[in-house]
Design a protein around this ligand. Sequence first.
Ligand code: GLC
Length: 492
Amino acid sequence: MTKTGKKTLRILFISAEADPFIKVGGLGDVAYALPKALHEMIPGELDSYELDIRIAIPCHAMVCQKTLNSIPVANFVIPHTSGDIPVKVFQTQTNDIPVYFFSGAPVIPSDSPVYSGDNKVDGQKYFFFSLAVLEFARQINWQPDILHANDWHTAVAVYKLSEMRQDDPFYKNCHSILTIHNLPYMGTGSESELEGFGISPTESEALPEWARNLPLPMGLLTADQIVAVSPTYATEILTPEFGCGLQSFLKTRESTVSGIINGIDQSLWNPETDEALPTRYTTNFLDLRRINKEALFKEFEFNNSLDIPLIALISRLDPQKGVDIAIEALRQISDLPWVAILLGTGYSKLEEDARKLSAEFPNQVRAAIKFDVKLSRRIYGGADMLMMPSRYEPCGLAQMIAMRYGCIPIARATGGLKDSIVNYSEDDSNGTGFLFKNPIGSDLAGSLTHALSVYEDKTAWKSLQLRAMQQDFSWKKPALSYANLYLNFVNS
Ligand code: GLC
């Protein structure tokens, strides 16, 4: 009980990355914004509860450099067959939320990327981290009601918790949630590292045999609740196309699978205040956007009239994101009036293909092969359309950012893209973007052609932009859905 007479619900939120300390992808955004939104929930929204949410992340090399002011709060060891591994935990705060950084030999202190590409190395780091987090809570005698883990990296904490709960009074009443941000990444290659940490693969026949020693499936088997990052993705993972071989198993767990769409931090992504933009604007002064487009035309040396639509791709250059599909589609509609900027880094073959396209169409295409957040903001704030031809997209954040900035998404109808965009083709009075069905160049080309024709009708395009900008993509609703899941556990 707190002074206000409320009961406290303790949530241990555990993730491989969390902005502003370390961000590699969408998981980092979520691990920043969701705890913040939960923390900011107005009293009264949660019956008689108050949330005490705390974040745990590994002390990656880049994190350690940024957190010189953090305070050491615990020292202990994690047993390993090759000898005990010392753990040091440091504490800092973000948005009034305690954040714990975990360091120790497997979290290699210098030059180690968050994801090394070698799951043997990453397995050691993340298994160590997952177990250290569980032990840490005990060390500081802070007994969590909910362990909220994310993706394969921290799934082992869920698995271990399910074992500990059987005879460990400290964890007896702790419930677990595992959020799936990206199902295909199951931690394959890390299996060999489980044993050293005393973790035995499961013998449960509910899982296919090949998955019984993989961290994500082991977590999915033992989590009290599985959350996919959008309602559509929650249903897609039950099918062969998106289930990655786990669909039959996930079907057996269907009653514990739900979908909660991510939000975006609307104060971080706001065209009215975004300092990266040459000109800031609101729905009332939408015409100012043209100045940003003009600046992009200058920056990228397009000599065309500003009336020509600017199509963008802002993405990791990854097969998941359908970058090859975008390249193919642009080639197919190269005789139509448009210019395009492709921004991102990733697979070298896709980087090469993007460069090739720009060499082939020097008046129309620019390839900016780099990771540049400020440039991405300038593009959201000046481009007319954003392509997202993802093969699968658990949630996707770029389409929500684009809409908020009046840049119209043209996306495959999958996962969170389908849940956040209303297809203009079917509903031109409510549409907020364009959706197409199959992840192939000709489908995207068809949608782009349609969007280019709507673009010519200035009034229709403007109302489309205004509707897109007025959508509520804040974390308010999703945070409440997560909070209700937490509360269901303690009230059941
Ligand atoms: C992963 C998914 C992406 C999602 C993000 C945050 O990166 O690929 O769709 O938005 O996680 O949940």
